[in-house]
Design a protein around this ligand. Structure first.
Ligand SMILES: [Zn+2]
Length: 239
């Protein structure tokens, strides 16, 4: 299987291409592109969270623990949390990811289990979508797709590394087909993964509808404000 370095290189190149293309061709704001590129690079590490917490992965979990609360600042703002609340909730999220993930992975993760699967890839995208609550829907889809792309890059690299090109055509290792899969061999992890994907999908769909409604409402209001001539304030009378 490809090592940490192969994965981080692959997903970083993909992220740079994705962010760069969106900036140059797609007219995305440069900061959004930079965030998407970074997220894609980090997301390329996610599937290997199941292979025990070595130093690089421990680092990735700590990194995610720090970045996720920051991504959610806009969301806290929308909820009307005061600054004290933002700090408390941010700290709680940090601790949950930092130590909760640690425990969860140590206890339950099996290498090449459901962490290496297509539904897990969608879960990563949905989490990014829910965490990144930009008002402009296009930017949200763009960021969520960056997480999906990074994850996919990892799965594809794993599959490529499971094929040896020999003199007499390709030879498949035992690991072939264990990364890009829809389901694993065991029932419970499959059910759990799909349940999570469906729940997050429903949440994301509801959230998307809500933000799009807000977005179009804001646009309508701005348009209305532009078309109505400025009113004379009643106290501006002349004698
Ligand atoms: Zn892997």
């Amino acid at each position: 299987m490809p090592g940490f370095r192969v994965h981080i290189t692959g997903s970083t190149i993909m992220g740079a291409g994705y962010g760069g293309a969106a900036w140059i061709v797609g007219d995305m704001p440069p900061m959004t592109c930079a965030l998407a590129g970074g997220l894609c690079a980090v997301s390329g590490m996610l599937p290997n969270l199941d292979s025990g917490l070595g130093i690089p992965l421990r680092e990735s979990v700590a990194f995610a623990a720090a970045v996720v609360p920051m991504m959610m600042i806009q969301r806290f703002h929308q909820m009307g949390l005061p600054i004290e609340g933002v700090i408390l909730v941010g700290a709680a999220i940090y601790l949950t990811i930092r130590f909760g993930m640690d425990w969860l992975l140590k206890t339950y993760a099996i290498h090449r289990g459901m962490f290496h699967s297509l539904p897990a890839m969608f879960i990563a995208g949905q989490v990014a979508f829910l965490a990144f609550a930009a008002e402009d829907p296009l930017r949200r889809y763009f960021i969520a797709s960056a997480a999906v792309l990074g994850f996919l890059t990892h799965l594809v690299l794993d599959e490529i590394w499971s094929v040896n090109m020999g003199m007499f055509g390709p030879k498949y290792k035992k690991s072939f087909g264990t990364a890009m899969k829809f389901h694993g061999q065991e029932l419970w992890p499959n059910l759990l993964t799909y349940a999570l994907a469906v729940i997050l999908g429903l949440l994301a769909a509801g959230d998307a509808a809500w933000t799009e409604r807000m977005h179009s409402m804001r646009q309508q209001m701005e348009q209305a404000a532009r078309s109505v001539p400025p009113m004379q304030a009643p106290w501006n009378y002349r004698r």
